[in-house]
Design a binder for this molecule. Structure first.
Ligand code: FMN
Length: 193
């Protein structure tokens, strides 16, 4: 099985999740800027940070190059991970990957600390008001991804790999795959005896 982890991360939250996946699976892990082409792999874990309700632009560009693969996606965001906003992001990501003929094995989102400079800048520009609900959410996001998020992400990735291995076609020896040898009859199937 050829598998790897590719991630895009601006402030390090998504990188933490990616590194936990690499640590638990022993698979190679690449920041998207230097990631190999997806064609080299059967299954990929693709990580992104959420921007305007969608995977960030770098992750999206890589995603559009993934064709006919098994994909587990993961991401970090400022919103609550079970909010409508997060669900819409999951659904959109699913759709983009499926449009490329990929099989989405699973998806996982957790909160990630929002850069305080971005929050302050958005206040100056008259962005979303800092309501008590928003403040509480941003405060909670500051503690993520935490140990529980990383453990949950690991579990999702391990299960995705197990699911893929259980359904993947059995590897053939190169000589069979190339059609050089014919498949021997199974023992006991020779009716001429
Ligand atoms: C410019 C910008 C736009 C963002 N847009 C969203 C958004 O639409 N929804 C959301 O839940 N979080 C949003 N966030 C928060 C980030 O997705 C979150 O902090 C994430 O964990 C950052 O990941 P990173 O550290 O891997 O870059 C935004 C952050 C920035 C800087």
């Amino acid at each position: 099985m050829n598998a790897c982890i590719v991630y895009s991360s601006c402030t390090g939250n998504t990188r933490k999740v990616a590194e936990a996946l690499a640590d638990t699976s022993g698979l190679p892990c690449f920041p998207v800027r230097i990631a190999p082409e997806p064609d080299d792999f059967d299954i990929l874990a693709l990580g992104f940070w959420v921007r305007k309700g969608l995977p960030d632009a770098r992750a999206l560009r890589y995603m559009e190059r993934i064709r006919g693969k098994h994909v587990f996606f993961f991401g970090t965001l400022g919103a609550w991970p079970h909010s409508d906003h997060a669900c819409r992001c999951m659904a959109a990501t699913h759709e983009i990957l499926q449009a490329g003929g990929n099989t989405v094995v699973d998806g996982f989102l957790c909160q990630g600390r929002v850069n305080p400079q971005v929050v302050a800048a958005s206040q100056r520009k008259g962005g979303h008001p800092l309501s008590p609900e928003r403040l509480a959410r941003l405060r909670e996001a500051e503690r993520h991804p935490d140990a529980a998020d990383l453990a949950a992400a690991r579990l999702h990735w391990q299960r995705s790999l197990q699911k893929y291995t259980a359904n993947a076609p059995a590897p053939q020896p190169p000589c069979l795959a190339a059609g050089i040898l014919s498949t021997p009859d199974p023992i006991g199937s020779n009716t001429s005896l």
